[in-house]
Design a protein around this ligand. Structure first.
Ligand SMILES: C[S@@+](CC[C@H](N)C(=O)[O-])C[C@H]1O[C@@H](n2cnc3c(N)ncnc32)[C@H](O)[C@@H]1O
Length: 217
């Protein structure tokens, strides 16, 4: 298949191209992530936990876990993204290059938390489900997804159109996709058209936990 016809290669190409811009904007991306991240620290004590961040990009999301005391490994299929992330956080976060749909380098139940921020909405259901199954396999218990929910800002709509992402179906179906794989889920409204989706293999994990803004489910 030619470069632009192959789904993975085309996406990798796009992210390789935008890696320098994404990295330059890291401070702002991280600031945008930090408010919804308050839900994470409200629900889970991440100190000392091992965290695998899938589609880590320039590591803005991974850095929030690291700064709150977690031991973080970021993986991304774009070598250029990984290079930029390493430059900024290489002494504190471990990074590797890998495809989210095939993470065989990581053993079953080898991380306390497996997370992905603004990655899963990019894939059609079949591919998204493969990634979610990998996340389920690798986590000891908890999966955390930071991604679209509710109304998407027109700028976001335009960028998703350019990327050819599946964000509309993601918003419609993702909660049910999580429910099909995990016995327990909790979703916190992260404001500004995003949510933190928590999922656990063990029932009772989110018992008596609350969201900062609004609990969706
Ligand atoms: C929108 S960026 C989000 C970056 C970061 N998680 C954040 O929230 O700041 C999406 C990232 O997912 C990565 N990605 C997309 N598809 C991937 C795949 N199949 N395997 C690994 N990484 C992937 C891209 O290279 C990009 O760095």
């Amino acid at each position: 298949m030619g470069l632009l016809n192959d789904y993975t290669d085309r996406h990798r190409f796009i992210f390789d191209v935008i890696a320098p811009v994404y990295s330059a904007l890291d401070k702002y991306v991280k600031k945008g992530h930090s408010k919804p991240f308050e839900n994470v620290i409200n629900v889970i004590d991440v100190r000392g936990k091992t965290v695998l961040d899938i589609g880590t990009g320039a590591a803005a999301w991974a850095a929030l876990f690291m700064e709150n005391g977690a031991k973080v490994h970021g993986v991304d299929f774009s070598k250029r993204m990984v290079k930029h992330a390493q430059k900024r956080y290489g002494d504190k976060i471990k990074f590797s290059v890998g495809n989210a749909m095939d993470l065989k380098d990581f053993e079953d139940e080898s991380f306390d938390i497996v997370t992905a921020s603004y990655v899963l909405h990019g894939f059609v259901f079949e591919k998204r489900n493969l990634i979610l199954k990998e996340m389920h396999r690798i986590t000891k218990n908890i999966v955390i997804v930071n991604d679209y929910y509710g109304h998407t800002h027109p700028v976001g709509q335009f960028l998703e159109f350019l990327e050819g992402s599946d964000y509309k179906n993601f918003k419609k179906n993702f909660i049910n996709e999580l429910k099909d794989l995990f016995p327990e889920i909790m979703v916190c409204d992260g404001a500004n058209g995003q949510a933190i989706y928590f999922a656990a293999k063990k029932k009772g994990t989110f018992k008596s936990k609350s969201c900062i803004k609004k609990r969706i489910i």
